[in-house]
Design a protein around this ligand. Structure first.
Ligand code: SF4
Length: 90
């Protein structure tokens, strides 16, 4: 979602029919994300929105077709069985 006033003119996310989508939610549903991506795809200021998100420290929200939320807690992926940790000395 675009934030600077001069670049908000024409933003599709600001249109009445799109305002209620969860643009700043951290837990938007897959359906909501798909709907927002579709809105972004037809947005006349998509390029400037993408530039803005690329040049600002964005950690949350849906911007320029993508969910930018950075999860607070890292997701742990277990890549080995317990007791068989890589690099463990025998
Ligand atoms: S590209 Fe998407 S998030 Fe950016 S201004 Fe347009 S509708 Fe809003």
């Amino acid at each position: 979602m675009i934030t600077s006033p001069e670049s908000t003119r024409g933003a599709a996310c600001g249109r009445p029919e799109n305002r209620d989508l969860p643009w700043i939610a951290e837990d938007a549903s897959p359906l909501a994300r798909a709907l927002m991506a579709r809105v972004c795809a037809s947005c006349p200021v998509l390029a400037s929105c993408a530039l803005e998100v690329a040049t600002t420290p964005t950690t949350a929200g849906f911007w320029a077709g993508h969910d930018r939320t950075k999860w607070r807690e890292p997701v742990t992926v277990q890549d080995t069985l317990p007791g068989l940790e890589l690099g463990a000395a025998a």
